[in-house]
Design a protein around this ligand. Structure first.
Ligand code: ADE
Length: 236
């Protein structure tokens, strides 16, 4: 199956997404493996103030993002990948927890749209509307149990985790097989073994002899044991 190649992000702070032009993701765009569009939600507003939020029905603190600018923005970016199923990722601390498994799964969607909410979030009818639309799939996603100022940083995290899994993005794909969270044990995830590089001795600390032995079978065994110990001892 071919991998995701089009990403669109809708935000009121397009500059927050500037890191997407750097490093691996910047190179993946330059080489044409992926394309990324960043869209300012305020372009969809009609009043002079560019209002994107309003007070919540039922009362309460804070402001809620209005559905109409979101509807217009999402309809517009969907046209950038005609004929595809659009996977709309709505960033919210109330969403499904983002994991390596979900990153892997999302590489199979052709078009990902990230909706970066701010304030008290986006009027839920936006998710409800697109959940019923036949060419959309909606997922509310959280990167962890803490509250950020908005979905932009969460989008950076999720995009980076997905894009590095796309074939051709990482120079040495073998490194994907060995790293944290890709190996599975009976209990699910096995974190990566400890890594060392030159020099052999640094500030009185030595590289374990086994890694200098050249015995690849024994090294693989040691690394697996170390990964198991780390997995067991890792605070949850
Ligand atoms: N928006 C605010 N907090 C968030 C979180 N933890 N994950 C995703 N989006 C968010």
């Amino acid at each position: 199956m071919s991998s995701v190649n089009r990403f669109d992000v809708i935000t009121i702070f397009p500059d927050y997404l500037a890191p997407l032009s750097l490093s691996l993701i910047g190179k993946a765009q330059a080489s044409g493996l992926i394309s990324i569009g960043i869209h300012d939600l305020r372009d969809q507003t009609t009043d002079v103030h560019g209002s994107v939020d309003d007070t919540p029905y039922g009362g309460g603190a804070g402001m809620v993002m209005s559905p109409e600018p979101w509807g217009k923005a999402i309809d517009q970016v969907a046209e950038l990948a005609p004929g595809e199923i659009h996977e709309l990722i709505v960033l919210t601390p109330a969403g499904e927890k983002f994991t390596q498994e979900l990153a892997q799964e999302l590489t199979n969607s052709k078009h990902l749209i990230f909706a970066c909410g701010r304030y008290e979030g986006i009027d839920v009818r936006v998710s409800d509307f697109y959940s019923k639309a036949k060419n959309f799939k909606v997922r509310e996603v959280s990167i962890g149990d803490y509250v950020l100022g908005g979905g932009e940083v969460a989008t950076l995290v999720i995009m980076e985790a997905i894009i590095r899994l796309i074939p051709g993005v990482i120079g040495n794909p073998a490194s994907l097989d060995e790293e944290s969270h890709t190996l599975t044990s009976e209990s699910g995830v096995l974190v990566e073994y400890p890594n060392y590089t030159k020099p052999k001795e640094w500030r009185g600390l030595n590289v374990p002899d086994i890694l200098l032995s050249g015995n690849h079978g024994e090294i693989a065994k040691w690394r697996l044991e170390q990964a198991q110990i780390r997995t067991k001892n890792r605070p949850s």
